[in-house]
Design a protein around this ligand. Structure first.
Ligand code: 5GP
Ligand code: MN
Length: 347
């Protein structure tokens, strides 16, 4: 009993309820958030492989395209894209009796899928580590202290008493998501438990060096040049311990931008000594928005900042948001907001 009361693990009632839901379900769908990252794809595929062991077939539907550096993950070629295979996806969602939502806290995070999910007759299971989870799910396993949703999928497998059944494929998927969501095991969310989970995943067949290479060492020359532009555009506001980057649509086009190319750029601001708040503003002319990523080091909550001012949210140290005014207006507004946070940024 004590075992399941350990902080951060799924509780016994939820485990029993989840087992019951699985027994009752034939048509299972797994949905990660829009613009899925390593954790979203890794947790979805890891869970899908695990359900197969339980003799449950699940289909993964992503709201939109995801980066090439995640397309090698075992099982990724069978992922259905809601935008590209809309008819099939709608049919599956309508027929579904159980939908797992992974790595997000609110159905609005699925973009154009939101309406369909809200009207779905299926029951929901949420596994997620973002702040302020919504209450749509029959089973909600939400814990903001977790490094990643992948670590939580591992915990779910453990709660089922099935860690021995973890295959090389499952281990590879979960390792990838933990690695990407922890900035390669360096963010404060990385606990000794995270390392133990990762060690078990390596023992189960995850090839750590290969995974790092496939995610981080597959750059195109154009992407590295784009990073050069981003770093050149960086504005450093020492008095606010803030650094921000802008990338215009024109700059993206000049570098043949592909989804995922700007992943990680925002983190460079935090590598500057004394900087605790890093931001990147990326123009998206097609959607008519500026997509913003916020990162912080220490106590400054970018989740609160993104929620209050930029229609977003996320975690204390990593959040996203958007703006509908142009790049210049957006950055002007951003800079004018900083004065209000000056004392928080000095802590
Ligand atoms: P990114 O900057 O990489 O898009 O997002 C950073 C983190 O914040 C990720 O965990 C992402 O899921 C989350 N996030 C990004 N945009 C939003 C948003 O609009 N709302 C919420 N609640 N979380 C977001
Ligand atoms: Mn995550």
């Amino acid at each position: 009993m004590l075992y399941y009361c350990i902080f951060g693990r799924m509780n016994l009632t939820d485990v029993a309820k989840l087992k019951e839901l699985l027994l009752q379900s034939e048509n299972i769908v797994i949905v990660p958030h829009k613009n899925p990252d390593g954790d979203a794809i890794g947790s979805s595929l890891g869970l899908q492989h695990f359900l197969k062991i339980l003799n449950k077939k699940a289909i993964i539907i992503v709201p939109n395209e995801y980066p090439k550096f995640l397309k090698w993950i075992p099982g990724s070629k069978d992922i259905l894209n809601f935008e590209k295979k809309n008819g099939t996806a709608l049919e599956l969602l309508e027929k579904a009796d159980l939908i797992f939502t992974l790595d997000f806290n609110d159905l609005s995070r699925t973009g154009r899928m939101e309406g369909v999910l809200k009207n779905a007759s299926a029951r929901f299971v949420m596994i997620d580590h973002h702040q302020q989870p919504d209450t749509y799910a029959t089973v909600t396993y939400s814990d903001v202290h977790m490094s990643s949703t992948c670590e939580m999928v591992y915990n779910t497998i453990e709660a089922f008493g099935e860690t021995e059944a973890i295959t090389k494929d499952i281990a590879t998927c979960l390792y990838t998501g933990i690695m990407t969501d922890t900035g390669s095991f360096k963010f404060s969310s990385t606990t000794s438990r995270t390392h133990r989970v990762v060690a078990n995943l390596i023992d189960s067949g995850a090839e750590n060096m290969l995974i790092h290479q496939q995610v981080f060492d597959t750059n195109s020359p154009a992407r590295l040049r784009l990073l050069g532009v981003a770093l050149n555009n960086m504005v450093i506001l020492e008095e606010y311990r803030t650094a921000y980057i802008t990338l215009s649509q024109e700059e993206l086009d000049q570098h043949h931008y592909l989804k995922g190319d700007t992943e990680g750029f925002v983190n460079y601001g935090l590598t500057l000594e004394g900087i605790v708040f890093a931001v990147i503003f990326i123009e998206n002319k097609e959607e008519g928005i500026i997509k913003i990523s916020f990162r912080s080091a220490g106590a400054f909550s970018v989740n609160d900042f993104a929620r209050s001012h930029f229609d977003g949210g996320g975690h204390i140290n990593a959040a996203g948001g958007r703006s509908t005014t142009d790049l210049e207006e957006t950055t002007k507004r951003f800079v004018s907001l900083l004065a209000h946070y000056k004392s928080q940024l000095q802590e």
